[in-house]
Design a protein around this ligand. Structure first.
Ligand code: ACM
Length: 634
């Protein structure tokens, strides 16, 4: 009998473990008592009628009525005695200091769901958690009749670790429409991101209407459509039709800002200067101090910067001229309009990857160096940055820039730094007393490949899911008060469609959401990857795309003492077995499984490998040519 009770309790505890909801990001504190609440057909909801929550309430009502087929009635907060709402939202009359501005508590018990917060933002994040507690079919496109609409009992208290939980969206390299940006915002907030950094200008397109400079969008927003590998495209013919592109009108921007605000997202605009400015220069060549700029065009993905030395050498001068007063008049007008459109306190001015080779030999800039006592072209850029800071602060905004703005010295203290070349710039900036947002390319560049180049759509480098999950925005020894938070950065050179955008973002954006929201001790890789798998199923319901790259192996190659190639293959995710062949046939679960390094047979031409779990293929069939292995060993 004792044994039976022991087994039963073991089974129950197993059940409760197995049923633990797969929340991303993981909440600060959560308990899941045994049991669940069945949502009744006649579903009463109550909550404070705060305008900023209108959109969130409407979406919740829509999903519960369409997907779960419930009949919803909103009842007054006071309610009729004895007739409590099944889902209640409450702003706390007595504020709970532990919850801050964005935290919430969420309880599910026999009576239903109660979400409480100090402010509307907390209720909004409580709703996002509620979706993840509901069956995955809440995400579906159509109603699903067979689902039991249950919510597991829960007692959650949840507060974000960082106030800045950003995503950067590059709408310049490839334009994405207003509707797509709205979709992007909807998808961000489901994982509790709250800051959209819009990269609005670059060499390939200017994406925001500036009334004082109409050519920026008449000319600067358009290039030649090309398909293939961006940055390696052929140079457009002089009269080739420039039909690819687009821009946001000022009304579009106002609409996006309002849409974002209703979802508790701020939008930070980026106007990237003085480098990355070919679209502006093609529109107004007088902004350049290179005479041949009169012949320049918006870049269409053809090579125009030489990166072979590790830093930018321009083959065409894509910089605004810091020695030209017209440039500062231009910037004043542009930032006046930008500042009036975006209520957010920061404006990002780029400042990254500015080639100096044209400046080094330009007589106007040499004269400016002598006049201003600037030792080199880096100090010239720093001079430009300081002048721009005065312009931006004169519009009532704070300035932020990529970490290159630290170079050349003299950066005003109230300028914030976004660290992208690893964390070094952020560490230095914090030491110098600047506010910092951490976006190291080693962890959060979600435009980069998420697996081996042999299988992924090619981009410069690889950032695996595990790298994204390892991100901690506060490095040791840095004053945490200066780290505002972090960001996933999505550049769009190689992004041609929204579905591929989703592939690049997910699941890495889930990892970064947890890096930014969850307390460090609550993070756990094995727990995270299990939850990722549950969210894959949610995305299947929602018909959203994601990458299964975490199931594909990490490869390493070496030569043994006999000069033979040894292959080392490891899985990022637990419980996988890797099966391989060298005979060109497609391996399955009955082929040899990897354990330790494998010697490549002398005459082999290619290796095929695929991951399995429990007899089911999990990763993709990868064909690895032996010649490619040889190249890697070199
Ligand atoms: C950057 O990735 N150039 C900021």
């Amino acid at each position: 009998m004792k044994y039976l009770i022991f087994c039963a309790s073991l089974f129950l505890s197993f059940l409760s473990f197995a049923q633990k909801p797969a929340l991303i990001p993981i909440p600060q504190q959560a308990e899941y008592p045994q049991g669940s609440f069945q949502i009744p057909f006649q579903l009463n909801i109550s909550g404070p009628q705060i305008p900023q929550l209108k959109a969130a309430y409407a979406l919740l009502e829509n999903r519960l009525s369409q997907n779960a087929q419930k009949k919803i009635t909103w009842i007054s907060d006071q309610g009729i005695p004895g007739k409590l709402a099944h889902i209640q939202f409450q702003v706390l009359k007595n504020q709970n200091p532990a919850l801050g501005a964005e935290g919430y508590t969420l309880q599910v018990n026999t009576k239903g769901v109660l979400i409480q917060a100090n402010q509307a933002a907390g209720l909004f994040y409580g709703i996002q958690t509620l979706y993840q507690l509901l069956p995955k079919e809440i995400e579906a496109k159509q109603a699903q009749a067979s689902v039991k609409w249950m919510i597991p009992f829960a007692k959650i208290q949840d507060v974000p670790r960082f106030a800045w939980r950003g995503m950067m969206f590059d709408v310049s390299r490839h334009f994405f429409t207003k509707q797509q940006v709205k979709q992007f915002i909807d998808e961000m907030v489901a994982y509790k991101y709250n800051l959209l950094h819009l990269h609005l200008t670059d060499d390939e397109g200017w994406r925001i209407e500036i009334k004082s400079f109409p050519n920026l969008t008449k000319k600067g927003a358009w290039n030649v459509p090309k398909i293939g590998r961006f940055t390696e495209f052929s140079k457009p013919e002089p009269n080739e039709p420039r039909t690819q592109g687009g821009f946001f009108t000022q009304d579009d921007i106002r609409e996006l800002v309002a849409y974002a605000k209703d979802r508790f997202v701020d939008i930070m605009p980026e106007i990237d200067v003085p480098g990355h400015s070919m679209a502006a220069i093609a529109s107004y060549p007088e902004l350049s101090c290179t005479p041949e700029a009169v012949n320049y065009q918006v870049i269409s993905g053809e090579p125009f910067i030489d990166w072979s030395t590790g830093h930018a050498i321009a083959l065409q001068d894509n910089t605004l001229c810091p020695a030209n007063e017209k440039v500062y008049t231009f910037l004043d007008k542009v930032f006046t309009e930008v500042a009036s459109l975006f209520p957010f306190e920061y404006i990002h001015m780029g400042g990254d990857e500015c080639p100096k080779n044209y400046w080094d030999k330009n007589p106007q800039i040499q004269a400016m160096r002598i006049k201003e006592g600037l030792k080199n072209s880096q100090e010239v850029q720093a001079f430009f940055t300081r002048r721009l800071e005065k312009i931006i602060t004169s519009k009532g905004k704070k300035m932020m820039g990529w970490d290159e703005i630290l170079e050349g010295g003299g950066l005003p203290k109230n300028t914030a730094v976004m660290s992208w070349r690893g964390i070094a710039g952020g560490v230095q900036a914090a030491k110098d007393g600047h506010q910092v947002v951490m976006t190291p390319n080693s962890n959060v560049y979600v435009d980069l490949m998420q697996g081996d180049a042999i299988i992924e759509p090619p981009v410069y480098e690889t950032v695996r899911l595990k790298d994204s999950y390892a991100f901690n925005p506060v490095p040791e020894g840095v004053d945490a008060r200066l780290i505002k938070g972090g960001q996933a950065n999505l550049w769009s050179e190689q992004l041609f469609t929204y579905r591929h955008l989703q592939y690049m973002l997910y699941p890495r954006a889930w990892a970064i959401a947890e890096d930014l929201w969850s307390d460090q001790p609550n993070k756990n890789w094995d727990s995270f990857t299990k939850r990722v798998e549950a969210h894959f199923e949610r995305f299947d319901q929602a018909e959203k795309k994601y990458a299964r790259s975490m199931y594909d192996p990490i490869f390493a190659f070496e030569k043994n003492a006999q000069g033979r190639i040894m292959v080392d293959m490891k899985s990022e995710v637990s419980d996988l077995s890797l099966h391989y062949s060298f005979d060109h046939s497609y391996p399955d679960a009955f082929y040899p499984a990897v354990s330790g390094k494998i010697e490549v047979p002398k005459d082999a031409v290619e290796m095929k490998v695929i991951s399995y779990r429990g007899g089911k293929p999990m990763g993709r069939m990868i064909s690895f040519p032996i010649v490619e292995m040889k190249k890697r060993i070199k």
